[in-house]
Design a protein around this ligand. Structure first.
Ligand SMILES: [Mg+2]
Length: 129
């Protein structure tokens, strides 16, 4: 799974969303606003877990789950957020594989960080500029 690409993930994510044996839910049947609601809903679930981890950090009572259970839940909610974010992007005709690297690299250049993601004809993978 370490070699999973944005493109491969996005393709299967959309297929599962729309396929009759998946969610049977066409991307276009939800608006951008609908996809944002889903995405931010998952991010909110992640934030709620973070609140509970803050309780662990600060020794505050109120949690029903162990710290290990909360960490596993946080991972799942972050993943849920990413899955919806990808569908949101696809709904708008955008591919994370196309939009994330240049945006990441633009900020890296802005702050003078020397390692960039985007490939040029002369290099492969992460490169120093
Ligand atoms: Mg969730």
């Amino acid at each position: 799974m370490n070699d999973l690409t944005f493109k491969a993930f996005s393709g299967l994510n959309r297929l599962r969303c729309e396929h009759s044996k998946g969610f049977n839910h066409k991307l276009e049947s939800w608006t951008l606003s609908d996809w944002f609601t889903a995405t931010v809903g998952e991010l909110g679930e992640a934030a709620n877990v973070a609140k509970k981890l803050n309780r662990v950090r600060d020794g505050v009572v109120g949690n029903r789950e162990t710290e290990a259970e909360l960490r596993a839940k946080l991972a799942a909610e972050i993943a849920d957020t990413f899955i919806y974010l990808d569908l949101l992007a696809q709904r708008m005709g955008l591919e994370l594989a196309e939009i994330v690297p240049p945006t990441f690299d633009r900020k890296s250049r802005e702050i003078g960080f020397p390692y960039l993601l985007q490939l040029t004809a002369s290099d492969e993978g992460v490169s120093e500029r």
